[in-house]
Design a protein around this ligand. Sequence first.
Ligand SMILES: [Zn+2]
Ligand SMILES: [Zn+2]
Length: 160
Amino acid sequence: MNVPREGGCSCGEVRYRLTSDPLFTHCCHCLNCQRQTGSAFVINLLIEADRVELLAGVPRPVDVPRDDGSRQRIFRCPTCQVAVFSQYTHPGVRFVRGGTLDRPSGVTPDVHIFTRSKLSWITLPDSVPAFEAYYDRKALWPAASLERFDAIPASADSDA
Ligand SMILES: [Zn+2]
Ligand SMILES: [Zn+2]
């Protein structure tokens, strides 16, 4: 770990710092992510909620419907509404949107997921694992990240 990664929304009200490297970084090509971002895919840095340190502002949680009937909680700047991170099933894990980092080029995906809906003009590198849908965390994550994941309390209240 070198310099902590920082990022924020467009208007500057929300600023955050990641106090360590992420557990793992997804590039997700699913239809939900395409719709939510209005783009081809999303880059998500998975990291413990308590390692996302808020430097300014309080992102507002917005529950967004997903195609499978579930809901995904997206945290947005209350003023400019840019989404800075989201939460899926595990309340102790944040999915930080890579495009909101001050230096998006500082992260590269560890895996490409839901490539079944990947736009055909995007060519993925052979060097990065890619899956039609989701993948087996235990098979792919480094041991240190699995250890960190197991240490997250299942009931972590991360809404603050
Ligand atoms: Zn803002
Ligand atoms: Zn997705």
